[in-house]
Design a protein. Structure first.
Length: 318
């Protein structure tokens, strides 16, 4: 009997571990962050945040709408509240009519158009690389920063994917560089994927050549590919954070005299997809590089790329 009890306890512990690992750490942190905002709303208004009920959730969503919160954020908060309830063993009907009808009403009144960050297109990409080459005196910093930006754009990487790369993920071949991506946002179970970056005709903007030079000067032969500097620009063992990618883009845009307000780390990824679409790349080849599982976002990039190319006004002569 004791053995059976021990086995059940072990199974329960294993089950808890499985539940905790069913979602990526970043996803769980986002859920918790969203739920904290809901908890604050409940405390301020005398409601119980846990377990909650649809009419309270509906009031919270209305509260968010009065604060000019984006529809995408509003929907994410709803998902987070529902997930936290499930993880703690409570059922919450997030599709209750009082919630769904309220969301529909908010959409009608406020609209749901999403204004995303600007894509970093070819001309601006070249301007950034030119600025780095001309204004950064320290070669080690110059090669690190230009490699981050070139590889991020050319591979259609998410910013967390860039900083997660290790030396062991690189495979230089005759045609260029193979990059083994061990895990990504859309590959939560770590099946992995491989991206191929060919050599560019213009060596100044070639990510493969830039990475080769970065490895040579940094003498990195294992571990994190992109690392932090300590005082005196000494290379540390610590991996860069994904926020660094966004900060570098904004820093060099400013140096190039470009307003950086509407750019972010995602601008590299969206810039690749938009530029590839402008150049006539097929939807499936763009998705193969970016790793998008759904065509919805890629088609949005293609639509943006064709905004002027296939414009009916081009047929009108004035």
């Amino acid at each position: 009997m004791n053995k059976i009890i021990t086995d059940i306890k072990a199974l329960q512990e294993e089950t808890l571990i499985n539940l905790k690992n069913s979602k990526a750490n970043n996803t769980v942190r986002a859920y918790k962050s969203d739920f904290k905002d809901f908890e604050l709303f409940c405390v301020q208004n005398g409601f119980d945040s846990f377990p909650s009920e649809p009419k309270i959730i509906s009031l919270y969503l209305t509260h968010l709408s009065t604060r000019s919160v984006k529809m995408s954020t509003l929907k994410r908060r709803l998902v987070s509240i529902g997930v936290i309830h499930k993880l703690k063993g409570h059922y919450l009907d997030t599709k209750h009519p009082s919630i769904i009808e309220n969301i529909m009403g908010i959409k009608r009144r406020k609209g749901s158009i999403q204004i995303g960050k600007k894509p970093l297109l070819i001309n601006n990409l070249k301007q950034i690389i030119n600025v780095i080459d001309n204004k950064i005196d320290q070669e080690i910093k110059r090669l690190r920063d230009r490699s981050i930006i070139l590889i991020g754009f050319s591979g259609g990487f998410r910013r967390n994917e860039i900083v997660s790369l290790d030396y062991e993920d690189l495979d230089f071949v005759q045609e260029g560089l193979k990059i083994n991506l061990r895990r990504s946002k859309t590959d939560q179970f770590g099946e992995g994927s491989t991206k191929g970056l060919p050599y560019f005709d213009n060596s100044q903007y070639c990510p493969v050549i830039s990475i080769r030079k970065w490895i040579e000067i940094s003498k990195i032969n294992s571990g994190p590919l992109f690392r932090r500097f300590t005082k005196g620009l000494k290379l540390s063992e610590k991996r860069l954070t994904d926020q660094t990618v966004a900060l570098l883009i904004k820093e060099y845009l400013k140096l190039a005299g470009i307003d950086s307000k509407n750019y972010s780390g995602h601008s590299l990824r969206s810039g690749f997809a938009t530029s590839a679409a402008e150049s006539g790349a097929e939807e499936r080849s763009i998705m193969a590089m970016t790793g998008h599982k759904s065509t919805e976002m890629v088609r949005r990039y293609i639509k943006e790329a064709n905004l002027f190319k296939n414009n009916a006004l081009n047929k009108i002569k004035l």
